[in-house]
Design a protein around this ligand. Structure first.
Ligand code: E4P
Length: 417
């Protein structure tokens, strides 16, 4: 059979949904006679009907020699192998795999109807399908996936990416890696767009943190600023709630999370803040719990499902407490219980020595003012060493490196790019 293109929808509403979907994509790519052509972002939807949780949805475009029935059988086998238990329709499930479109095939059947009868009526199915195959014409409908407008209903929110081509190139937020796979990240602690653009151009920042004071300092619209920062860094951007009660924080947080897939909702370390953290993180929204000054607070934030805990070093040093020691205590505690899954984000960093110390203490992230990040590049011996190298270079017979390399490549039968 010659290969056909099929769009498969993926959904999960139980457990570590991002990991389940990533595993399913790997298994789909390994099906016999099948190639993964594209994978979508992942989209979070609040459950409708009797399901309790929130769903994470995505889609992949496959090229396969399996027939529609063969592909259906393979998907059902994968659902079982990855641990799906039988559940009533619309209920929570570990993994749901559906063929949404299979080439030009139209069929009705008890086990399989193609295209999927609810594809164009469900935003959580249409949004990822559109990403992987915008030009694919839906059999019987006439329009391409890209031409079909959003149906009414709850809007899904993009929160990450599935592994695979396309999504990998999209630069979206990956689901948080397991602790053992984490590398240290550097965030910029500012809401100043010029600073963020400059630091981003250096290629060393992974995200940005803001707080109400930093936003106020810029005198600009809060949400427009956050949206602009997300567009520049395409990594986690903390936007802080200002409500003092959990319901207010949840409301602000849910809205802020819709501004961009990169928004991380920041809440204060209060009882109300942790209540809000539990609700938001159960809905798949990353939360940064801020204003942490002691290790037990960090433990509670992790228990509430925080994605990040922000201990404030500088402000502790200001009152003669050892800020770096707090980072050590928290990284020790979290290392004892890696399943907590919260990343330690060292905040209120005042100088480069703080940075070295928190990296030694094993912080997952450090957020730095622009000035401290700039200082990290500097050393007088770097400057004087460079001056000496450049002066000596003037003594070589041909100081034009590019012209010399191009000549050499051509002489060796290669074309310079
Ligand atoms: C970042 O998330 C914090 O809000 C920030 O680092 C606080 O820094 P400060 O103590 O210098 O105000």
């Amino acid at each position: 059979m010659s290969p056909a293109r099929a769009v498969v929808g993926l959904g999960s509403s139980l457990g570590d949904r991002g990991a389940v979907l990533a595993l399913a994509v790997a298994a789909l790519a390994a099906l016999p006679g099948t190639r993964l052509l594209a994978s979508s972002r992942t989209w979070r939807t609040r459950a409708e009907g009797p399901a309790q949780g929130w769903f994470l949805n995505g889609a992949v475009l496959l090229e396969t020699t399996l027939s529609p029935r063969g592909l259906l059988g393979a998907l059902q086998g994968l659902e079982r192998r990855l641990g799906r238990q039988p559940a009533a329709r619309w209920h929570d499930r570990l993994l749901d795999l559906d063929i949404l479109v299979y080439a030009g095939v139209r069929r009705r059947g008890a086990r399989l109807t193609l295209p999927h009868p609810r594809l164009v009526a469900r935003r959580f199915a249409l949004a990822p399908a559109r990403e992987v195959a915008p030009g694919l014409r839906v059999p019987g409908d006439g329009r391409t996936l890209g031409e079909i407008p959003d149906p009414p209903g709850l809007a899904p929110i993009p929160v990450g990416v599935l592994p695979g081509p396309l999504a990998a190139a999209r630069g979206g937020r990956y689901h948080r890696p397991p602790p053992e796979a984490r590398a240290m990240k550097i965030f910029l602690d500012t809401a100043n767009i010029a600073e963020i653009k400059e630091a981003h151009s250096w290629g060393v920042i992974d995200g940005v943190t803001t707080n109400p004071s930093l936003i106020a300092r810029e005198g600009r619209d809060f949400v427009a600023t956050i949206a602009e920062i997300c567009e520049i860094v395409k990594g986690p951007v903390s936007a802080e709630t200002v409500a003092v009660d959990a319901a207010g924080m949840v409301r602000e947080g849910r809205l802020l999370a819709q501004v961009s897939e990169h928004v991380v909702v920041k809440v204060p370390l209060t009882k109300e803040g942790l209540k809000a953290t539990r609700t938001l993180s159960d809905e798949g929204i990353d939360v940064n719990v801020t204003l942490c000054f002691q290790a037990n607070q960090a433990l509670l934030a992790a228990k509430a499902g925080a994605a990040y805990i922000s201990p404030f070093l500088g402000r502790l040093d200001d009152i003669s407490h050892d800020g770096v020691e707090l980072i050590r205590q928290i990284t020790d505690i979290y290392a004892n219980y890696p399943e907590l899954g919260t990343e330690v984000l060292a905040a209120s960093i005042r100088h480069p020595v703080h940075m070295t110390a928190v990296a030694q203490a094993g912080a997952d992230v450090a957020t730095l003012p622009f000035k401290v990040l700039s200082q990290m590049f500097e050393h007088p011996l770097t400057d004087s060493g460079l001056q000496k190298f450049l002066a000596d270079w003037q003594k070589v017979p041909d100081p034009d490196v590019c012209a010399q390399v191009e000549r050499w490549l051509r002489a060796n039968g290669r074309t310079p790019r």
